[in-house]
Design a protein around this ligand. Structure first.
Ligand code: TRP
Length: 455
């Protein structure tokens, strides 16, 4: 087995199923339950969904395979990995460095959304939000986000919680727990879909989600959909490269990628089907933005027996899914601080948490104290989200694709993807290579230039 010559020993995933579960644990998170529905609602529904699926297939899939393959090949953090694989003095490691910046931006707002989920567990327990009256659920959400102290304390609570998991070294235990609980989240989403589909205006919700209005697909909608595809698959930031570095040498990378992508898409669709019928039935605005899930879900639960208990379960499971995704996001800066700066893992974790408590508070206060502080017309929460998802992740994607397509080359790629010839996937790896060399970089670049109105 190839052993990379970094002095720090690396633990790896031990079984093929473990690899799948961990990768899925990173992909499935608030991106499915919170971001996907809110962006679909804000960007016109079915047309957005269609572009999102296309972006996932044409760009997301090849880039994800690329990232995992590079990570497994180098068995190191993204910066060291690219230094090791690139010819001397070519600065491809900057991909890893940019990814680390994206990690901090994403974690800053992601930790705040996780904070809302945690706060909603408590609200659900108290029973105050179980209502189909939009006034009630909207008021509850805005009371939370416009209270600076609550927003901040919940966020720091989340950071301490996640930091604790990492410091206690119980990440494996948490991942095992996540693995067991995920099917429950899936079942609960199925139940929510059934309830939602029985509502009065279910047909209208489904039409919004599945019947595209092509006039709503503008360049910036396309960019947002592509950014979501990156965000959903945890690519363009080094997460998948880092996870790839823990992959076993006999793992079938394209197969795992395809499974993760399909399951991830499935969970997003279920969230969409659970939410949009309720949006139309109870008169919410599809374009309510980040609030959408938090105001709609209580209305759906208010329609069923034991709704309160089930809603508690829902937010607990959402918190579990979010924790898994957040651990994978934190893994990138922690491993980089650990392997590059020589800090011990606990010190690297503390440094990451400390930096996030500062940077993240800007996002926590975006709807209260700092509501009027705007750059490019966006508050810090939206700005961090925009810059990471719509600029850094896709840009990193371009360079990962270019690196494989034009520097690393077909022979290295084919050999790595086929596990040194053990898998017979020659035409598959050639197809992916073609996409990486010609299609993905151009497509991403075009979408970015148009979407950012630079062209
Ligand atoms: N994919 C996760 C979600 O949907 C979030 C996430 C985890 C992520 N790791 C990432 C996003 C790396 C971008 C890059 O919730």
């Amino acid at each position: 087995m190839a052993q990379h010559n970094i002095t720090i020993s690396r633990a790896g995933f031990t079984s093929a199923f473990g690899v799948l579960a961990a990768t899925l644990g990173s992909a499935v998170g608030l991106g499915n339950i919170w971001k996907f529905p809110y962006l679909t609602g804000a960007n016109g529904g079915a047309g957005f969904l269609l572009v999102y699926v296309l972006a996932t297939l044409l760009v997301g899939l090849p880039v994800m395979i690329a990232e995992i393959t590079l990570g497994r090949q180098a068995k190191a953090n993204p910066i060291t990995a690219l230094q090791a694989l690139a010819p001397k003095r070519q600065p491809w490691w900057l991909i890893g460095a940019a990814g680390m910046v994206a990690a901090f931006l994403i974690l800053s707002f992601y930790s705040e959304v996780v904070a809302w989920v945690f706060a909603y567990v408590v609200k659900a327990l108290r029973g105050t939000i179980l209502s189909s009256d939009r006034q009630v659920t909207e008021a509850a959400f805005s009371a939370l986000i416009s209270d600076p102290l609550q927003s901040l304390l919940w966020q720091w609570g989340v950071l301490v919680f996640i930091g604790g998991i990492l410091l206690l070294g119980v990440t494996k235990g948490i991942e095992a727990l996540t693995k067991k609980l995920m099917p429950l989240l899936f079942l609960l989403l199925l139940l929510l879909c059934a309830v939602s589909l029985s509502l009065d205006k279910a047909a209208q919700g489904l039409a919004f989600l599945f019947n595209p209005d092509f006039s709503k697909i503008t360049a910036s909608v396309v960019l947002t959909a592509m950014g979501l595809a990156f965000f959903k698959l945890s690519i363009g930031m080094g997460t998948m490269m880092t996870y790839g570095s823990y992959f076993r040498d006999d793992q079938n990378i394209p197969k795992t990628t395809l499974q993760v992508m399909s399951a991830d898409l499935c969970v997003s669709m279920l969230a969409g089907i659970a939410i949009f019928p309720a949006v139309f039935t109870f008169g919410f605005a599809p374009a309510a933005g980040p609030a959408l899930v938090f105001i709609t879900i209580p209305a759906v639960f208010s329609q069923i027996p034991m709704g309160q208990a089930l809603m508690v379960a829902f937010f607990v499971l959402a918190a579990v899914a979010a924790t898994g995704a957040m651990l994978s996001l934190m893994e990138v800066p922690v491993v980089i601080f650990h392997e590059r700066l020589g800090l011990s893992r606990p010190k690297a974790t503390l440094l990451t948490i400390f930096l996030l408590a500062i940077l993240g508070s800007g996002c926590a206060l975006s709807n209260s104290t700092l509501a009027d502080f705007k750059l490019f017309g966006l508050n810090l929460f939206d700005l961090f989200d925009f810059v990471s998802s719509n600029i850094i992740l896709p840009a990193d994607g371009i360079f990962i694709a270019l690196f494989i397509g034009w520097v690393w080359g077909i022979d290295n790629f084919r050999s790595a993807v086929s596990n040194r010839g053990q898998l017979h996937n020659r035409s598959l790896s050639q197809g992916v290579f073609f996409l990486l060399r010609y299609v993905s970089p151009l497509l991403i670049l075009l979408v970015m230039l148009k979407g950012l109105k630079l062209f």
